[in-house]
Design a protein around this ligand. Structure first.
Ligand code: FES
Length: 105
């Protein structure tokens, strides 16, 4: 499966994703600039992404924990999510996201 990630400079990257992996892990493993300071524990919001339509509706809704973390993130929008909380599955083949400001390492 493929996911498409636009970095903070506006460049889109096509990344091979793996089912069951967290989106943040895929982004990090492809050496894209993502801080992901807490390593996926939903405790930092430095893995913040904007999810493009129509993918927002295909994701599990955020947990209260994720919503609370996003409250403290920079430039939060309606389509903001934490990429460490997005678990890839085949329904998400083609997922497109953009790394939000504040995620640079
Ligand atoms: S990596 Fe820290 S909240 Fe996602």
């Amino acid at each position: 499966m493929m996911v498409y990630v636009t970095d903070q400079l506006g460049k889109e990257h096509a990344l091979e994703g793996l089912e069951g992996w967290r989106l943040m892990e895929v982004i990090r493993d492809h050496q894209l600039p993502i801080k992901a300071e807490c390593g996926g524990a939903c405790a930092c919001a430095t893995c913040h992404v904007y999810v493009e339509e129509p993918w927002c509706d295909l994701l599990f809704p955020p947990t209260q924990e994720e919503t609370d973390q996003l409250d403290g993130a920079f430039d939060v929008r309606d389509n903001s999510r934490l990429s460490c909380q997005i678990i890839l599955d085949k329904n998400l083949d083609g997922l497109k996201v953009t790394l939000a400001p504040g995620t640079e390492p």
